[in-house]
Each structure stands twice: as structure tokens, then as C-alpha cells.
Design a binder for this molecule. Structure first.
Ligand code: HEM
Length: 482
């Protein structure tokens, strides 16, 4: 009898795997590895460690020959778009055909971690989109103050740049949420969509950090909300209204009549998907610079010159004059990006590209970013880190300019709206660091770049590596940061 159960279970499991990642409606799209049912599932388990390798192989074979291929992930097929021509075509697809909301949901398992409201809300980031770009001059002093405080206490990233807070308890809850999110997502994406809601009930670890964040934020939310509602009712103007992400999220909850608690998952998710990505990219750039301290003098000189030309005053003008710094950061993004893919979309209708390839509806599609960035047809000596490669290109080819050959911020209608703010903030931070500190790489690495940690399409800077920073004494005696 036991044998009979074993045979039935094996048959059911095979049928399940066959349906899950077996021959699908994507049979006409070339596969990297095997598309034989069951075997493709077994291969998909290697995706976590070897996604970069698989995508590079697909890029080498198809970027200039069809521009599309597929790779098995444990939960579904990922259709990868490769080569500038196809990426340009992808850029033009409207949201009702290729949805970022759906793609982001597939990539980050958003609905299963922070809920359907955040995952399906097309305006969840509208407040960031609308406000962040035009707030740079207004935020200058706040950004400067944040980074001075962050650097003088502990050398870290001035987190809270969109929601300034010095409350250590709150900052550690945000960090805990990011950890919980990452772990939960990793487990959830092991399973097919149909099982994800059940898996999420068991493995979603974010509830504790969401609750903890609400406990800490509730008094501020209540107070601000009361005032916002009063102003809405009476038409009174709130002159010293805070201009931060918490306030923007509260205003949306007021407009939509949602309870106070609903503010917290949106806030945590927004921070997780923006500030953390920026911090990871910045860490990679800091690793580059510490491993190559010979570049520091040029960056420092550029900052000093820009400052001198601006009568020694730090402001937005100084930051926009830093073209070497822009180039250095862009080169770091190119070679040490934090994802293998970009422009995550889910097709909402069948899409036919100009070469006749059709991608059916409901498919997870992404552009091959990291492989594009080392394509010899697009970049001469593509594997060489040339910090001044883009000097003189600011404007048409700056860090914040998206192009089919530079995809860290995506491309097209959904290109990251926070990119100007983020690049501005990173330049300001790096200017501050090179002016005030000497840098050196962790001595254990003997000047080499640390190995990043990859999980699926994501690439994380190695958290065990330390950068050594020493205050430049003469700077302190000769000039003040003001
Ligand atoms: C280095 C830092 C950052 C990187 C690498 C980055 C990257 C990205 C990427 C790849 C996308 C998707 C683009 C696409 O699919 O075409 C995106 C979207 C987005 N990013 Fe960023 N981002 C960064 C920082 C930020 C910051 C600081 C903010 C907010 C202040 C922000 C706000 C957004 C929003 C709101 C979207 C969604 C756009 C939409 O719905 O159309 N990002 N980002």
C-alpha cells in the first residue's frame, strides 16, 4: 500500500512540475538550458546562483539575433529582451500592454509580502514621482544636514533622506523590515503563483516589523492626519507642513479615506525599493574607490574647483558641476550594478515585436541590463573600469540619463523618477567623503574588489567587507563644510 502511495505521489509531483515549468505557450522562444518539463524545473534551482551566467549566455547568442530568449526560474519563465533595438521597442510599450506594476510584483513578490493594495495601486509611488524631482533645491539643506550627521556618528548611508528621522529605534525597524522582506521574498519566489498565498501565510516575516513601525509612527501619523483633515475641512493653509514621504503618504490615506495603519506598508515598501537600492549602488561605488584610491585626488580637485567657482558655497550648482564624479559613479553603475535585469514588466496582452516574435499575455519580461553594460559593441574595452569614460558627456550621457545601453534606472515611460534626486544625493555624499576623508579598502582584500553576492537577478555588495576611512586633518583646519 505504501508503495502505491509513493507511486501516486511521484506521478502527481511530476504532473505538477510538468504543468509548472513544462512546455508552455513560450515554446517558440529560445531557451537557455533545457525546456524539457521537470528537467527545466531542476535547472531553475540553479537560477539563484547562476542567473547572471544564464542571462549572459542568452545575450551572447541572441542580442543581435532575435533579441529574445527565456530562462527558467523556480516560479515561472523569465523572458529576457536583449540588444538595443529590441530594448527600444520594449521602451515604447504602453502600461496596458507591458505593465511595470505587474513586473515589479513578479520581481519583488510585492502582493505576497506587503499586500495587494500596495502591489496593485498604480499611484502607490505617484507622490514620490510627483514630488521628489522638484524638491531638490528645497531639500539641499536637509540632505546636507542628514549626511553630516550620518557620517559624523557612524560612517553609513544617510538613510531617511526622504523621511528624515534620527530615531534609532525607527531606523532599525526600517532595516529589520528590509531584511525580513528579502528573506520572505526569497522563500515565496520558490513556489508557483498558485501556491504563493499559502506560502506567504507561513513564511512572510514582515508582519512584526510592520507592526513595530506602526507602534513607533502612530502618534506622528495621528497628529499629522488630524491637522491635515482639519485643513481639508476648513480650507486653512498649513504653513509649516512637513515635506517628507510620511506626510505625502498620510495625505494619500486622507484623500482615499484609509485607516492610519495603511500608511505604514506603503512607506516601508517605498523606502525598501528606493533608498536601499541607492545605498547598495553607493556601496559598490565606495568599494571601487577604496580599491582604487589613485582616483581620489582628481575627484577631490574637481570638488575644490567647483566650490571655488561658487564662492565656497555648497549648493546644487556645485553638485551639478561635478562631471568627473558623475562619470566615476556611472562607470561604477555600469560594471558593478545591483541587478542583472531591468525594466521588469508583465505582459497584459500578446505583444508582437517588429521581428515577428510574439510574447503572449501574462508573461514576466525584463531587459538584460548587466550584459548590455559589458557589450563590446556598445562600450569600447567593456571590462575595463575607466572612471573618466563619460567625462564631457554630461547631459546626453550622464548618470541620470537613461538609454538603451544604460539601464540601471530602467528606460522609457517608467524610468526611475527618483534618479535625479538619487544621483544628486550620491554625488553630494561622495563629494563630502572625498573632501573630508582618505579611503582604503579592507586590508584583507589586498586592494582587490570584493566579490558581490548574487541571489537570482539581484546583486548585493558584500556585507562583510569594510572600507577604511580616515579624517583628513588638514581639511578641518583649512576649510569648514558649510
Ligand atoms: C540608485 C538609486 C536607484 C536606482 C538604481 C533605481 C532604479 C529604478 C528602476 C530600475 C526602476 C524601474 C524602471 C523601469 O522599469 O523602467 C525604478 C522605478 C522607480 N523608482 Fe527608482 N531607483 C533608485 C532610486 C530611487 C529613489 C531615491 C526614488 C524616490 C525618491 C525612486 C523612485 C522610483 C519610483 C517611484 C519608480 C516607479 C516609476 C513608475 O511607477 O513609473 N527611485 N527605479
Amino acid at each position: 500500500m505504501n508503495d502505491l502511495y509513493a507511486v501516486i505521489s511521484a506521478l502527481l509531483a511530476s504532473w505538477f512540475l510538468w504543468r509548472w515549468l513544462g512546455q508552455t505557450h513560450l515554446g517558440h522562444i529560445p531557451t537557455i538550458g533545457t525546456s524539457v518539463p521537470v528537467l527545466s524545473y531542476i535547472q531553475s534551482l540553479q537560477f539563484f546562483k547562476r542567473a547572471g551566467e544564464f542571462i549572459q549566455e542568452g545575450y551572447n547568442k541572441h542580442a543581435y539575433n532575435g533579441g529574445v530568449f527565456k530562462v527558467a526560474m523556480p516560479d515561472q519563465w523569465l523572458v529576457v529582451i536583449a540588444g538595443p533595438t529590441m530594448i527600444e521597442e520594449m521602451r515604447r510599450l504602453p502600461e496596458d500592454i507591458a505593465s511595470l506594476l505587474g513586473g515589479g510584483d513578479q520581481s519583488l513578490a510585492t502582493r505576497h509580502v506587503v499586500g495587494t493594495r500596495v502591489a496593485e495601486d498604480p499611484d502607490r509611488m505617484a507622490f514620490v514621482r510627483a514630488r521628489v524631482g522638484r524638491n531638490i533645491p528645497e531639500n539641499f539643506n536637509m540632505l546636507q544636514e542628514e549626511l553630516t550627521t550620518a557620517l559624523s556618528s557612524v560612517i553609513g548611508f544617510p538613510d531617511g533622506s526622504l523621511f528624515p528621522s534620527r530615531d534609532q529605534q525607527l531606523l532599525s525597524v526600517f532595516t529589520q523590515f528590509a531584511r525580513d522582506y528579502t528573506i520572505s521574498r526569497r522563500l515565496i519566489i520558490m513556489f508557483p503563483n498558485i501556491l504563493k498565498p499559502i506560502v506567504s501565510r507561513v513564511f512572510n516575516r514582515t508582519h512584526g516589523s510592520v507592526r513595530a513601525a506602526y507602534t513607533l509612527l502612530a502618534p506622528a501619523i495621528r497628529e499629522r492626519r488630524q491637522k491635515a483633515e482639519e485643513c481639508l475641512k476648513t480650507g486653512r493653509v498649513w504653513h509649516d507642513k512637513p515635506n517628507d514621504m510620511l506626510m505625502w503618504a498620510i495625505e494619500r490615506a486622507v484623500q482615499e479615506g484609509r485607516p492610519d495603519e495603511s500608511v505604514v506598508p506603503s512607506l516601508l515598501f517605498a523606502e525598501y525599493s528606493t533608498v536601499r537600492v541607492e545605498a547598495m549602488n553607493f556601496t559598490q561605488a565606495l568599494f571601487r574607490l577604496s580599491a582604487n584610491p589613485q582616483y581620489i585626488a582628481s575627484l577631490r580637485e574637481e570638488v575644490e574647483e567647483a566650490l571655488a567657482a561658487n564662492n565656497g558655497r555648497w549648493n546644487k550648482t556645485v553638485v551639478t558641476m561635478l562631471s568627473k564624479m558623475d562619470s566615476f559613479l556611472k562607470e561604477s553603475f555600469r560594471l558593478s550594478g545591483v541587478t542583472h535585469t531591468s525594466m521588469w514588466r508583465q505582459t497584459q496582452k500578446p505583444v508582437t515585436f517588429s521581428n515577428g516574435t510574439t510574447i503572449p499575455s501574462g508573461v514576466f519580461v525584463a531587459a538584460a541590463a548587466a550584459a548590455t553594460h559589458i557589450d563590446g559593441n556598445l562600450y569600447p574595452n567593456p571590462h575595463t573600469f575607466d572612471p573618466w569614460r563619460f567625462v564631457g558627456c554630461v547631459g546626453q550621457n550622464s548618470l541620470a540619463t537613461t538609454r538603451p545601453d544604460f539601464l540601471p534606472f530602467g528606460h522609457g515611460r517608467h524610468a526611475c523618477p527618483g534618479r535625479h534626486f538619487a544621483t544628486y544625493q550620491m554625488k553630494l555624499l561622495l563629494a563630502y567623503i572625498v573632501t573630508k576623508y582618505d579611503l582604503a579598502m579592507d586590508p584583507r582584500l589586498e586592494g582587490k574588489l570584493p566579490q558581490s553576492i548574487t541571489f537570482g537577478t539581484f546583486i548585493f555588495p558584500n556585507p562583510s567587507v569594510r572600507v577604511m576611512m580616515r579624517r583628513r586633518v588638514h581639511y578641518w583646519t583649512s576649510r569648514r563644510w558649510e
